[in-house]
Design a protein around this ligand. Sequence first.
Ligand code: A2P
Length: 297
Amino acid sequence: MDKHFGADVPTRLIGNDVEIPLVGFGTFKIWPYEAQQAVEDALSLGYRHVDTAQAYLNEAQVGAALAATGKADETFVTTKLRNGDHGYEQTLRSFDESRKALGLDVIDLFLIHWPTPTLDNYVDTWRAFVHLREQGYVRAIGVSNFLAEHLERIIAETGVVPDVNQVESHPRFWQPELEGYCAAHGIAVEAYSPLGHGSDISSEPVEVAAAAHGVSAAQVVLRWHVQKGHVVLPKSTHPERMRQNMDIMDFALTEAEMNAISALDDPAATVSLDPHTFCAPQKLEDMVARGSVKLEP
Ligand code: A2P
């Protein structure tokens, strides 16, 4: 079933002609006790795309916000499989828990959160994803934090190309080679930490472009992403920032501005984890132990 997001929501197509809104509301580190309110705010401001993950421990709150606002049928919802649930059968079980937590029969996009190459079962996991799409439980399937070598392997061993690779991407670290690989294979890039955790908005070419177009620096960075063809997942808990992060379609960066911002790339400027080695199970106890979730205000 196609979803309709409204005429003023910019979208692109992924995979099997599934329409995805270009700007999604990211919910990483939006803690369980605040997530329902944040997602309700985002939906009431016009967001029609919400990105969560089992590891964020806020799927139930995202589901509650979708139910409370009555917007589930017009919102694109993504979730991701935690590392500790890789493997064919475990993936199917785990997916069902996500569906229940989110209160949805069909999930728009399901991603393998990390390749966990040291555990070496992402190919079997991917086969389960293909099965879920064939059965109609998900509309699109993809991966996250996959490097070219991991993409190459699942494509070679299953013949199925992911619809999406959701990766760290921001002006100081936009992974040009990986982006080239994805473009060559028709894999859409979704940018997480699109503002570099906020730090990439204070750089000279961004500030110059912001002044030239009369917009904020964050809007320039998000516009740079969209002109590169990325789906973006900015995260904010402030309604005014949520609003401006969506409002990026009424101006265009020049080629010179795009190039100056792209030139900030520095392979050392990552703000995330290393896909070669990160394989923590991402279950509650582990998230608490690593300080990756806050359960009370
Ligand atoms: P806050 O939640 O206080 O608004 P990223 O999405 O790259 O991880 O960046 C998120 C960080 O950027 C958060 O600290 C968020 O702060 C900040 N941020 C989000 N939107 C804006 C904006 N429009 N202007 C300035 N900072 C922003």
